[in-house]
Design a protein around this ligand. Sequence first.
Ligand SMILES: Nc1nc2c(ncn2[C@@H]2O[C@H](COP(=O)(O)OP(=O)(O)O)[C@@H](O)[C@H]2O)c(=O)[nH]1
Ligand SMILES: [Mg+2]
Length: 574
Amino acid sequence: MHVLATAGHVDHGKSTLVRALTGMEPDRWAEERRRGMTIDLGYAWTSLPSGEVLAFVDVPGHQRFLGNMLAGLGPAPAVMLVVAADEGWRPQSAEHLAAAEALGVSRGLLAVTRSDLADPAAALRAARSAIAGSGLADVEAVTVSGVTGEGLDDLRAALDRLAAGAPQADPAAAVRLWVDRSFTVRGAGTVVTGTLPAGTLRTGDELLLRDRPVTVRGLQTLGAPADVVVAPARVAVNLRGVDKDDVRRGDALLCKGSWHSTRLVDVVATIDGLPEGLVCHVGSAAVPARVRPLGTHHARLSFETALPLAAGDRLVLREPARQEVLGGATVLDPEPPELVRRGAARARAASLARDGGAADELRRAGALRVSDLERRGLRVPPEALRIGRLVVDRDRWTAWRRDLRDLVARDPRADGVTEVAAVQALALPSELLGALVDDTGLRRSGGRVRDPASNGSLGAAEGAVARVEARLRDTPFLPPDKEEMVELGLSGRDVAAAERQGRLVRLTADLVLLPDGPARAMRVLAGLPQPFSASEARQALGTTRRVAVPLLEHLDRRGWTRRVDETSREVVRG
Ligand SMILES: Nc1nc2c(ncn2[C@@H]2O[C@H](COP(=O)(O)OP(=O)(O)O)[C@@H](O)[C@H]2O)c(=O)[nH]1
Ligand SMILES: [Mg+2]
């Protein structure tokens, strides 16, 4: 399943589009339908043409309901930004884009809807230029009408591409389900719902809710009961022993022992000069906080109530009295050191300001995307390496070089390791492989990394392969049989390596010719009266039936010969 939040100015057609795509009603309240306006989060889902299921969290666009909007957008991995063709880019469009920016959302789609009311070109241009430079700059755009249905198929196809490109959520990640709704079901008790961005939920799981253990009595997803729900997903959790009043939006269901609830965090903000008081939105929560500035970009926030936060979590910042996004912040340290000594705050500010903790994070990760650092307000550590779109920790690079050389050197046949195996063994971001191979003096070809110095050599198998080659030069169509190969000490792996090096071709797993063998056979066969039988071919080639039959089948596969009937073939001319 995939989860997508809508976003965009009020009345631009978000709910209508969700309705048209899913056939479901995202405006759940009678008041919403009477007023024709989304007030709270709505939920709907559909199957895409590929069969992938996509769930929508439909948000209100009206400024007054910014908090509800953020509770929907907060845990969602992607966003569908909706702009009305007849209205164009409006203040709440920018507001919602700012929220997505603050949250670091970079996956999504731009839908210019109500295309039946006006030519969408101008609105599309305006929206494109508004999102240029944001994390959503590269998203696909679709023009559509939720009322006439024009463009809906394009939109579905674009949603499918978005789903196909979604990064895999880690099913083993510690669960943190931000509650966006809680209610009572007669006979079942308390149910909470939320967007599960990572991890797996199972019936019977013991979780924590406000430091209290709770048990998952039942699960539902897409309106049906489930024993197991794997992220990403929309999920409803029936909790045993929890009163409806014990849980509300902004609470989180947590894996035991994995999360640290904190009232104090050090952050880097996307804006300078934070006010003294803020409201911080994270997940579905909105919590007031006091601000202690630490240098220009950094600050220590103390929350009114504790939040389960980890380094890297993103907060949307708002001034308490204003319904607008002020900026964003990234948690650098959810367990910051106390600042008691005189000068401690200044020292802390200096250490955060040096690189905002980027060097530490880079040391841990090995490599990070430059755009991710920049978007989070972190500076690229000056001592780091820049390779393509990544910054790489120097020590890690040295270790990767050593490990890659070792890996290739340890390969017993000296025919290289596959790129996939190398990337896995080194836990290397695959886009770094090219640079790493160049830097180590190794070479990439045919999907493998090899040492050019040992090229042409097959290690221990070299002598045996050379003997087979010599023999085939004398009698090109009389290769060694299976037993002889075993006697020579040649395994299937050796033969495969020799084939990759262009020294032999395989007709079957253990039947080989020189690479020019098939072409030589063709010259002989072309001289026969056409069509010819397998036994005529065998005689002309001076070989045995054991070789002739697989050789002819090999030529058939290449399209050089073809069967005429049960018993005969002809050479394909031209
Ligand atoms: N003609 C036309 N009207 C639309 C379209 N999409 C939405 N509307 C109308 O625009 C108004 C706002 O739509 P709604 O989906 O509630 O907007 P939301 O606030 O973004 O969810 C409603 O009156 C809809 O009927 C469309 O594609 N074409
Ligand atoms: Mg709506």
